[in-house]
Design a protein around this ligand. Structure first.
Ligand code: ADP
Ligand code: GLC
Length: 483
């Protein structure tokens, strides 16, 4: 199949969160399977280019926006495994210190989407499926059902993956004019939602098929608790929706080959993990004590992730239990500040680094004993998966992909690969960490079993890529029916 992935992020070039990892690793997997895969994404000035050869694919491309505006850009190309990644260079929109910064996101991503379709035309390459990711790509299915419907690319099937229902791309309907979309789409059964343009809603109505990144999240977004106001639309489109858990990229996340960690190890010989723990304690200024469990966190610091609950209890945790906490993250200023203060007040026991640091995220996965994800919602979550692969026992709130990927510990028959709790409260998190801590000190052999169980699981893309292939097949068949 010819597959076009359109995404605002793609690892290792540009990344804010798991979306970047997912798009990159799924594309690599499809290319390995022999599909013709092209990824289309912006050429940000902050792109990571280390050791990768970029070549100019199209030195000059005109993009027809609305209001009679023609923008001129160029397109770069770089290999990503056996897939090709194309980057649209347009400094007015992408020469910025951040990926999502700015109050012109409606225009920036309309341009990205329109350029992706123009690119197909310029290369005379017609995809069978266009796989769109989250609201920034929400314009694509709208174009394909309106202004471009009678062009070759307009026949492509669209698959829209919801990675996070909380960010919907809500703007004034005036954004449609620059995008070059007809006002006729601004209806409640299309992209209008409570008096505003809602790109996520438009994509949900107009895509051929929908997916989200875990079966549990697929059910959750049909409820008012998790649907962020679009639960009714999700119930209406439920017949076109599937939940597929993300796989991971073993070239990037594998303790046996990881170039960032102090010593490599594997399920067959986990001894190197102790060295990784020592290294992490030394690096982060924690007491060098092998007997004390480290609870690690690598996360964006936003309400979704529930780490404000950890900030509430962290002081009590290290005072009442023999534990250490290490956190790497960035996000809301007050949360960053809370963790800075906690680290200052508890030297040797709590350490934090505020910022984004890929190498340190690997060291935390390898050097920690437990990994905390008390998310209020979590569409899939990758860090609990990386943790299991690294023999680090996840402690998660049972929601979304955390519910689907982690099997809760049972002391009765010593099964499971992590600890789960249900209430999104600081006390539930405190008690679960207490539970894990007591198992660490009183039943160490159970911890070894949990580790082994996690490491034995298969999180490669093979099964999930099969499911996406099936979904693409259904989408292509269904789209054919539209012509
Ligand atoms: P989300 O996409 O909601 O942030 P995921 O668990 O799916 O959550 O993916 C998060 C990804 O971003 C992981 O690869 C994680 O290691 C990475 N990450 C998050 N914050 C940081 C950070 N401060 N430094 C390095 N990597 C980070
Ligand atoms: C989003 C979600 C996260 C998911 C990631 C990749 O950022 O918050 O749960 O793992 O997308 O699908």
């Amino acid at each position: 199949m010819k597959i076009l992935m359109i995404s605002p992020e793609c690892a290792p070039f540009s990344k804010v969160g798991g979306l970047a990892d997912m798009v990159s690793s799924l594309s690599k997997q499809f290319a390995l399977r022999g599909h013709d895969v092209r990824i289309f994404t912006p050429y940000y000035s902050i792109l990571k280019r280390d050791g990768v050869d970029f070549e100019k694919a199209l030195p000059f491309m005109g993009v027809h926006m609305g209001l009679g505006i023609e923008e001129y850009c160029s397109v770069w190309r770089a290999p990503l495994g056996k897939a090709d990644c194309y980057f649209v260079e347009f400094n007015r929109y992408f020469h910025r210190p951040t990926i999502y910064g700015g109050d012109d996101n409606a225009a920036r991503f309309a341009f990205m989407c329109r350029a992706a379709l123009e690119f197909c035309k310029a290369c005379a390459w017609v995809p069978d499926v266009i796989h769109c990711h989250d609201w920034t790509t929400g314009y694509i299915p709208l174009y394909l059902n309106t202004t471009l419907i009678h062009t070759p690319v307009g026949r492509a099937a669209t698959v829209f993956t919801i990675h996070n229902m909380q960010h919907q791309g809500v703007f004034s309907p005036d954004a449609l004019d620059y995008a070059g979309l007809p006002r006729a789409v601004y209806r409640a059964d299309n992209c209008e939602h409570f008096g505003a343009l809602n790109l996520m809603k438009g994509a949900i109505y107009n895509s051929t098929k929908l997916s989200t990144v875990s079966p549990t999240y697929a059910k959750e977004i049909q409820t008012s608790q998790y649907g962020c106001g679009l639960d009714g639309v999700m119930r209406f489109k439920a017949g076109d929706l599937v939940g597929i858990v993300n796989g991971i990229d073993p070239e990037e996340w594998n303790p046996a080959t990881d170039k960032y960690i102090a010593k490599n190890y594997s399920a067959a010989d986990i001894s190197g993990k102790a060295e990784c723990k020592r290294d992490l304690q030394r690096l982060m200024g924690l007491d060098e004590d092998a007997s004390m469990p480290i609870f690690g966190v690598v996360s964006r610091l936003y309400e979704q992730k529930g780490l404000d609950m950890l900030a509430q209890i962290a002081h009590a945790l290290v005072n009442n239990m023999k534990v250490q906490i290490v956190l790497l993250g960035s996000g809301e200023y007050w949360m960053e500040d809370s963790f800075r203060h906690l680290a200052e007040a508890n030297p040797g026991r709590i350490a934090c680094k505020i910022g984004y640091d890929n190498a340190l995220s690997h060291k935390i996965e390898a050097g920690s004993d437990f990994f905390l994800m008390p998310s209020r919602f979590e569409p899939c979550g990758l860090n609990q998966i990386y943790s299991m692969v690294y023999g680090t026992v996840p402690i998660v709130r049972a929601t979304g992909g955390l519910e689907d990927t982690v099997r809760g510990y049972s002391a009765l028959d010593n099964t499971g690969d992590g600890f789960k709790f249900y209430d999104a409260t600081a006390s539930a998190l405190y008690n679960t960490i207490g539970w894990a801590c007591s198992v660490w000190y009183d039943r160490p052999s159970d911890i070894s079993v949990l580790r082994k169980n996690g490491m034995a699981k298969d999180f490669t893309w093979s099964r999930s890529a099969d499911e996406y292939e099936r979904l693409y097949g259904w989408a292509v068949e269904q789209r054919k029916g539209a012509f």
